[in-house]
Design a protein around this ligand. Structure first.
Ligand SMILES: Cc1ncc(COP(=O)(O)O)c(C=O)c1O
Length: 345
């Protein structure tokens, strides 16, 4: 069958779909900047610059049963996560990254024609009034990222309580909770419409393993277990979780170093007169470009092998988001921004 032939058979509602715009790969950036891969500085995806716990690597190298399928009921994994979070095992379900968990939650609550409210990425303190106004009979899910991405701003608990009182399913995405320490998890017992989403991608340095999990009302957790694909979290990921949780003191020291570097990055960016950085509760800094364009800075940094996130949302124009890296990454970044400034002067 020709390509045209099979494309005609793609579902009509998906035929013109635009996928997630992935960031440039470090290999691509290294080639374009004519640099060795090891010199590329990746500050675009809020990954952990220090990597994972060495205990993860050691345990994986010793494991000898990768030929056996993982436990589809995730019993060990769910117990480990329940112990970490401090809730009952029956409330936890894991998935291949929190992205996959968002997909499952959407499948469970949202039918074609229904509406999801995704809180807009603004600093507008009135956004909760806007969110509540946006609720219609078709609304089946509210998604709230806290701290917010890309701005890094926290949401006051009273706003979350107000949304919970609507009775609608509310998904609180706490991907950056280890960097801010504020969580609504204790409210899950009281509000059965609250779901909390977490990940091992950021604080534990395990983004490539794809480990996300949700904290639910036990009935919803059961539904999630029933609709997920079997074997969706690998044994390697379960080992990685076990060993990370055996090494939380070490990992949280690194989290502290990342927070300190994020604060320094904020202070350094503040010194650049034509930038307006915002203080953040996560592991990144959001920044407006007041003079010139954010795209210009993004491209100039790419040419020097530095990847940041260019933000081109209608509500957040001329902005970028920079992940906190190691101290030497901040130094190289700031020097490069000053070079770009000198070039355009
Ligand atoms: C708010 C938020 N949620 C979820 C994710 C994705 O996490 P995971 O790697 O677990 O899919 C990210 C990644 O950047 C994020 O910023």
């Amino acid at each position: 069958m020709s390509k045209e032939g099979i494309v005609k058979l793609v579902r009509p509602d998906l035929v013109n779909i635009n996928g997630y715009v992935a960031t440039r790969s470090p290999e691509d950036v290294a080639a374009a900047a004519n640099l060795p891969l090891s010199e590329v500085i990746k500050l675009d995806a809020n990954e952990n610059p220090y990597g994972c716990s060495p205990k993860v690597l050691e345990a994986l190298s010793k494991y000898d049963s990768f030929s056996i399928y993982p436990d589809t009921g995730q019993v060990e994994l769910r117990k480990l996560l329940a112990g970490y979070v401090g809730v009952g095992f029956e409330r936890i379900v894991a998935a291949g990254g929190s992205d996959q968990m968002i997909g499952l939650i959407t499948q469970l609550f949202v039918s074609p024609g229904d509406e999801v409210i995704n809180c807009p990425p603004t600093f507008d303190i009135f956004r909760f009034a806007v969110v509540k106004k946006a609720i219609t009979k078709k609304t089946k899910l509210i998604v709230l990222v806290n701290p917010n991405n890309p701005t890094g701003t926290p949401t006051p608990q009273k706003d979350i309580l107000e949304l919970l009182d609507t009775g609608l399913p509310l998904l609180a995405d706490e991907a950056y909770v280890e960097f801010c320490g504020e969580t609504v998890t204790p409210l899950v017992k009281e509000y059965n419409n609250l779901m909390v989403l977490r990940t091992f991608s950021k604080w534990a340095g395990l983004a490539s393993f794809r480990i996300g999990y949700g904290i639910f009302n036990p009935d919803i957790a059961n539904y999630m277990l029933n609709i997920k694909m079997p074997y969706s979290v690998s044994t390697a990921s379960t080992i990685a979780v076990r060993e990370s949780l055996n090494d939380t003191d070490f990992l949280m020291e690194r989290v502290k170093a990342i927070i300190a570097e994020k604060n320094r990055l904020y202070e350094e960016l503040k010194k650049i007169e034509w930038l307006k950085p915002f203080s953040s509760n996560a592991n990144f800094i959001f920044c407006h470009v007041l003079n010139g364009t954010a795209e210009q800075i993004y491209e100039g940094l790419l040419d020097r092998g530095i990847l940041i996130r260019y933000v081109s949302h209608p509500l957040l124009k001329d902005s970028f988001r920079i992940s906190a890296g190691k101290p030497e990454h901040t130094d190289t970044l700031v020097k490069a921004i000053r070079e770009i400034e000198a070039e355009r002067a």
